[in-house]
Ligand binder design. Structure first.
Ligand code: GUN
Length: 288
């Protein structure tokens, strides 16, 4: 049976580190790391994610300020809010929960956030910095995946890593981070030929497609490490249940290490968001 990489436990350790950093910043520099969270509309999944982020922030001593705009809000109203937050010296990090309602332009919103406050790491300047290997605010989910991978692979040099999914939020930044660790990186997606055999050749598989239980034991080489980024709600016996992109029951008996859903990548993402907020606060105050 695979070693279980416990995201709950690991994220608690990261949050501990954040909490002591926040304590130091408050005591020695009178800085309170502050995160502004912007939610537009009533998407139930986004509401849950935002609530979790705000709750964890409070536990770590990070101040959070929530802005809830209604689903019909205009681009101008959202842009004006971002502008105000950019210019507010009390705010160190800005997170606009995605996806936005379809009449709003996500790209424009992301580009409007000041790069130093872009704790999601989605601004083109931060994307470019990551792609060229310069330190920056790194997207939270891939950052969390890397912390989990380091638990089982202190040295990833020369490993074959396959990422399933090519999103801007996970797949692409994940590829940049694995490359930095000297992995041989392949991204597979809906148009890839021989997707199963490419995955079967991998030492590390990162699943980030948003398709419940897509990846089963036939896709995985015995002993491989499997990181499951998927969070999919499915019906089991009439009840809603969260499941990953990996068929855990099928893969866990043959994998070397695996992350569960829930309790895997999800809590790590939030911990890394607060890590980024603290880093952003330090950098904006020259306390790097
Ligand atoms: N929606 C799903 N994942 C994310 C994320 O990492 N950041 C933001 N802002 N929205 C998301």
């Amino acid at each position: 049976m695979a070693h279980l990489i416990d995201g709950k436990k690991l994220s608690a350790q990261v949050l501990q580190e954040v909490a002591s950093e926040v304590k130091m910043l408050r005591a020695e520099h009178d800085i309170v790391p502050t995160l502004a969270v912007v939610l537009v509309g009533e998407d139930p999944a986004s509401q849950v994610y935002v609530r979790n982020k705000v709750n964890r922030a409070e536990e770590a001593g990070v101040c959070s300020i929530s802005h809830h705009l209604d689903a019909e809000c205009t681009q101008d109203v959202l842009n004006k809010l971002i502008d105000d937050l950019n210019n507010d010296p009390q705010v160190h990090g800005i997170l606009v929960q995605l996806p936005l309602p379809s009449h709003l332009n996500e790209e424009e919103v992301i580009a409007a956030i000041h790069p130093l406050k872009d704790v999601d790491g989605f601004h083109p300047l931060n994307v470019g910095a990551l792609a060229s290997g310069r330190p920056s605010l790194v997207p939270c989910t891939p950052q969390g995946c890397m912390i989990m991978l380091h638990q089982v692979h202190p040295d990833m040099s020369g490993k074959n890593a396959v990422i399933v999914g090519r999103s801007n939020i996970v797949g692409k930044p994940m590829a940049a981070l694995l490359l930095q660790e000297n992995c041989t990186v392949t991204i597979v997606h809906s148009r890839t030929k021989n997707i199963e055999s490419l995955c079967r050749n991998a030492d590390i598989v990162v699943a980030a497609v948003g398709r419940a239980k897509l990846i089963n034991a036939d896709w995985i080489r015995p002993g491989a490490t499997v990181i499951d980024v998927g969070i999919n709600a499915i019906d089991v016996d009439g009840k809603r249940k969260l499941t990953g992109d990996v068929d855990f029951e099928s893969v866990a008996p043959i994998a070397g290490a695996i992350t569960p859903v829930p309790g895997g990548v999800g809590p790590m993402t939030i911990a890394c968001l607060l890590l980024n907020t603290t880093r952003a606060a330090k950098r904006q105050s020259d306390k790097t």
